[in-house]
Write a protein that binds this ligand. Sequence first.
Ligand code: ADP
Length: 194
Amino acid sequence: MKKLFLIIGAPGSGKTTDAQLIAQRNGEVTHYSTGDMFRAEIGSGSERGKIIDSYVSKGNLVPIEIVIETIVEAIKKAPTDVIVIDGYPRSTEQMIELDKYLENETNVELSSVIEVRVTQEVAKGRILGRAAESEVIRDDDNVEVFYNRMKVYTDPLPEIQNFYIKKGLLKVINGERTIEEIVDEMDAFINSKI
Ligand code: ADP
């Protein structure tokens, strides 16, 4: 049975960095980031990448069909039994589609949804700091797009939290500490579930 962990968090919460470090520490874990998978597709220059770019560059959600296909493909190709995907779900529709998929997929179980929680102020500071320092500038790392990404993240959040709280699957981690402290807690939590 494959075990799936989802990591959600605001832009700037550090969810991708945390998940990457978890996978580096633990050979049993395969990590995928929805944002990174979409940026890779954009970078390939494909027609699909062009469609994806028209959403990502504005901070809007990529259409559901593309998102579902992307995560199902990732789950299927993962070479290990523990899979960590960050950046999903980002809407109630995505949450429900995954739930339906998992109902029919007897080989994969959702172990937990980890929310990396930071305040909007901290998130904004990190994103704009990243934009100022980074050599690889993401064109969605600017103030206007940041506020839209934050809104797109925050609007469906209560419903997503409630859905997973009811299932006993939501784990909240304080994202306003050092990366090491956050990753230690996340790693211990994942290990306690596998
Ligand atoms: P951040 O969370 O810091 O904004 P990500 O790399 O996780 O950065 O996501 C970047 C962009 O990729 C999002 O603004 C959105 O356009 C797209 N994206 C990522 N995950 C999803 C998803 N689950 N559904 C739809 N679009 C997504």
